[in-house]
Design a protein around this ligand. Structure first.
Ligand SMILES: NC(=O)c1ccc[n+]([C@@H]2O[C@H](COP(=O)([O-])OP(=O)(O)OC[C@H]3O[C@@H](n4cnc5c(N)ncnc54)[C@H](OP(=O)(O)O)[C@@H]3O)[C@@H](O)[C@H]2O)c1
Length: 320
């Protein structure tokens, strides 16, 4: 299959390395890469892992026309407020009958129902496993292994930065020092307030609810409170009491309505949710037929995000 990448940052480079390492068993070929500032590169045979970029294509449309891939992978920078321009990039691919995979949660949090409808009309596949849990199976698990199951709600600890910041504050550091620690290991969004104020978790909550519960919401409709009010004194006190503060995402159907929230919760160290340290994340699905079941990933990194894209690609290759 011919693959084109829109965006070639940390995730794109890790994905290119992964494809190279699995080339003998999975003969996918990257035939074009388009970026914002580094330019564009094409090779109808197969691009190397470290390509030499040339002049930028004038538009994503022009890029897709020339690269002519079977699958486009949208991995540009997240715009949490609108999901753009990623949503338009995805639409440009659908309009050309190109399957799409994305790790960018913006389009799923803002425009999932519309995009899924367009993909269906154009008879192309649309996959997004890496958008919420860095590649750990959530959407593919539900689609492929839970037929007939209704998702009634979910509980998730989905934001790494806040966990790292709270852990630093429980060691006596300020919130600013905790954010600096998280930034040093590269897990924060470009603007860390997006994590601290709960917008990242709200976007993930909206994305999960849109896909798994047909919620048709945007992140602004999630009842959201971040950890910005936490003080070092409080964090140190919780540490002494063997407790911690977690930013928890919850979805709960109440009759015909669906309540979505992101709130800091004080939990005992022994609580299952508190066992997710650092970048580890956990999602529990509350279902009608399977009770509560979950997925977790211990210390995922960019290689796992790249794997989520790869698993989507393999899934598409098997289904078309
Ligand atoms: N990093 C992770 O572990 C992780 C985990 C889960 C999901 N994600 C999501 O995956 C996506 C990519 O993350 P990343 O860490 O690879 O980001 P990144 O390192 O900042 O790279 C972003 C890439 O997108 C390109 N880009 C930005 N705007 C563009 C536009 N309008 N047209 C074409 N290219 C554009 C950039 O071009 P230049 O190179 O020219 O600047 C760059 O190559 C994001 O949506 C992120 O939220 C990341």
């Amino acid at each position: 299959m011919r693959v084109a990448l829109i965006g070639f940052g940390n995730v794109g480079r890790a994905f290119a390395r992964l494809l190279e390492s699995k080339r003998a068993q999975y003969p996918f070929r990257i035939v074009g890469i388009h970026t914002a500032r580094h330019g564009t590169v094409y090779d109808p045979k197969r691009l190397p892992v470290v390509p030499q970029f040339g002049e930028a294509a004038p538009t994503v449309d022009a890029f897709l026309d020339r690269a002519s891939p079977d699958v486009a992978i949208e991995i540009t920078t997240l715009n949490p407020a609108t999901g753009e321009p990623a949503t338009s990039h995805i639409r440009a691919a659908f309009a050309r009958h190109i399957h799409v995979i994305t790790a960018n949660k913006g389009p799923i949090a803002h425009a999932y129902a519309g995009l899924a409808g367009e993909a269906k009309r154009e008879q192309v596949e649309f996959r997004f496993e890496s958008t919420v849990m860095d590649g750990a199976p959530v959407f593919n698990m539900v689609r492929n292994t839970l037929p007939g199951v209704q998702i009634l709600g979910f509980t998730g600890v989905l934001n790494s930065t806040t966990k790292l910041v709270v852990a630093a504050m429980q060691r006596g550091l300020t919130m600013a020092e905790g954010i600096a620690e998280a930034q040093a290991i590269g897990v924060t969004e470009a603007d860390a307030s997006f994590d601290i104020d709960g917008w990242d978790s709200a976007a993930k909550t909206a994305a999960l609810a849109n896909v798994l519960m047909d919620a048709r919401v945007t992140p602004a409709q999630v009842d959201r409170q971040g950890i910005g009010d936490l003080t070092t004194a409080q964090a140190v006190q919780y540490e002494a009491e063997r407790k911690t503060v977690l930013l928890v995402s919850r979805a709960l159907r109440q009759g015909a309505s669906l309540h979505l929230q992101v709130k800091p919760e004080v939990v005992a160290d022994t609580n299952l949710l508190a066992s997710m340290q650092g970048t580890s994340n956990l999602l529990l699905l509350h279902t009608d037929l399977m009770g509560t079941l979950g997925t977790c990933c211990l210390s995922p990194g960019v290689e796992q995000t790249a794997y989520g894209l790869f698993s989507d690609l393999v899934d598409i290759a098997r289904s078309v």
